[in-house]
Design a protein around this ligand. Structure first.
Ligand SMILES: Nc1ncnc2c1ncn2[C@@H]1O[C@H](COP(=O)(O)OP(=O)(O)OP(=O)(O)O)[C@@H](O)[C@H]1O
Ligand SMILES: O=C(O)C1=C[C@@H](O)[C@@H](O)[C@H](O)C1
Ligand SMILES: [Mg+2]
Length: 162
């Protein structure tokens, strides 16, 4: 069964996913990377050309493909925007929600143009998005992890709880 990381943009899903992948010697499937590789398009271009709903469908298809495999999965921050993806995640007992203060996340993501739902947004706009999404992460994740700590500590807590 897979180990799945969910949480807001910039919280460390890819970073922690890499540490878990090394620890367990299991492949890391980073869904954002998987989509970029399979479509041969950068994420901002997928959003621009085909719209966000199309991207959410690609995420859902990727999740469906990998959820029952022996891998570590780092999801994209907005995967819970899809009810279909939420249903899959709810069925996985190893879904971890990484949580971190929005002020820290804002400083990590607001200069990055590779995240269409973050670039150009103010702290207040991202706070509103964060509050809305918190409800969904809370619905699907069995385990909540405080990610306001060094990445090695965050990864160790997940490893200890598995
Ligand atoms: N625990 C941590 N402490 C300090 N910096 C961290 C920590 N975790 C991640 N970072 C840094 O924060 C940035 C974002 O991390 P990362 O790309 O792993 O986030 P993400 O959750 O995968 O984001 P996205 O939702 O956009 O895919 C990176 O520069 C990373 O080095
Ligand atoms: O939070 C979001 O809506 C997103 C997060 C990223 O991981 C990417 O999946 C994409 O930029 C959308
Ligand atoms: Mg990532």
């Amino acid at each position: 069964m897979s180990i799945v990381l969910v949480g807001f943009m910039g919280v460390g899903k890819t970073t922690i996913g890499n540490l878990l992948s090394e620890h367990y010697d299991k492949p890391l499937v980073d869904i954002d990377t998987y989509i970029v590789e399979t479509t041969q398009l950068p994420i901002p271009q997928i959003f621009e050309k085909y719209g966000e709903a199309y991207f959410r469908d690609l995420e859902y298809q990727a999740l469906q493909k990998w959820i029952d495999k022996d891998v570590v999965i780092s999801t994209g921050g907005g995967i819970i925007e899809s009810e279909l993806s939420k249903d899959i995640l709810k069925g996985n007992v190893n879904t971890f929600w990484l949580k971190c203060d929005i002020e820290i996340l804002f400083n990590r993501i607001n200069h990055d143009h590779n995240r269409p739902n973050a670039s150009g947004r103010s702290l207040n706009e991202l706070k509103a998005l964060y509050s809305k999404r918190e409800l969904s992460y809370n619905e699907i994740a069995f385990k909540h992890i405080d990610a306001n700590r060094p990445k090695e500590v965050v990864a160790s807590e997940i490893i200890e709880s598995l």
